[in-house]
Design a protein around this ligand. Structure first.
Ligand SMILES: [Zn+2]
Length: 275
């Protein structure tokens, strides 16, 4: 009797261990959607890799990424403002070497198409505060903004704040495990802007992906480690690119480059998703 009681207790303990191990390895993330958050033409791509391809234009894209975790939805970057969708000629840059953006579809319409309401978004995390990444932050006035403090406190060119003071915000100082289970990790990659950050997502089937914001702009720019002329810190840009390379190696992750059109053309967009 005693013995079988002990055996049962031992078995129960084992199954608790097994459950704990399963809980540890099971990621809370189950879906990642790529949303079309803009399309454009860059006038001169040597701005992003000085000395390389001077005067050469290139088609660019702009992505937002919607991630579903058991604890809620996280949107990574918000793209070109939805209002641009109504502009017949899009947003023309003042400097013709920069990017002329259009918005074939609004972010709001793409969320609606997959049955997600703006109020369902728990976190909005932005790589940085350039207009092609924060264009729709106020579509989500209730969502917790996850932004580096150095970026939040960086005044815009007019000397004004980059976000509405009343928007809920968590100002990060370095890396952050968003849901506490290692499945969605923000990591600091300053240099393009003072508080630029990148995102590591570990999907159960697709595996690990690094969403690099604008730490890099397109594939050849990554390969030649070009530092864009407009970046706020050259040394930090180079260190951040190395940090991304280290994360890719450690996590055996894919690098998804936000503005790289050739890469986006090879991936599936919402309503399809990655698991
Ligand atoms: Zn950008």
């Amino acid at each position: 009797m005693k013995r079988s009681g002990l055996a049962i207790a031992a078995l129960a303990a084992l199954s608790i261990f097994a459950a704990a191990a399963a809980a540890e390895t099971k990621t809370g993330v189950d879906k990642l959607y790529i949303l079309n958050c803009g399309e454009g033409v860059a006038g001169d791509i040597s701005r992003w890799s000085p000395g390389v391809n001077v005067g050469k234009p290139m088609d660019f894209v702009d992505n937002c990424y919607l991630i579903h975790h058991a604890q809620g939805w996280l949107l990574w970057d918000t793209g070109i403002p939805d209002a641009v969708a109504a502009m017949p000629d899009g947003l023309k840059p003042s400097d013709p070497r920069m990017t002329h953006w259009r918005r074939p579809k609004t972010l709001a319409a793409q969320l609606e198409a997959i049955g997600v309401k703006p109020a369902d978004i728990k976190f909005v995390a932005v790589s940085h505060t350039h207009p092609d990444h924060v264009g729709n932050v106020e579509l989500f006035p209730e969502a917790m903004l996850l932004v580096q403090k150095g970026e939040y406190d960086w005044p815009n060119p007019l000397g004004r704040p980059r976000f509405k003071a009343e928007h809920p915000v968590t100002k990060l100082e370095g890396d952050r495990d968003v849901f506490g289970d290692g499945s969605v990790m923000l990591f600091a990659t300053p240099g393009h802007t003072p508080g630029h950050q990148s995102l590591l997502v570990k999907l159960p089937k697709t595996g690990a992906i690094v969403l690099s914001g604008d730490a890099v702009h397109f594939k050849s720019n990554w390969e030649n480690r070009g530092v864009p002329s407009g970046n706020t810190d050259k040394d930090k840009t180079v260190s951040s690119m190395q940090r991304i390379a280290d994360v890719l190696a450690k996590e055996k992750a894919q690098l998804w480059i936000n503005h790289d059109k050739a890469q986006r053309d090879s991936l599936k967009l919402a309503p399809a998703f990655y698991e």
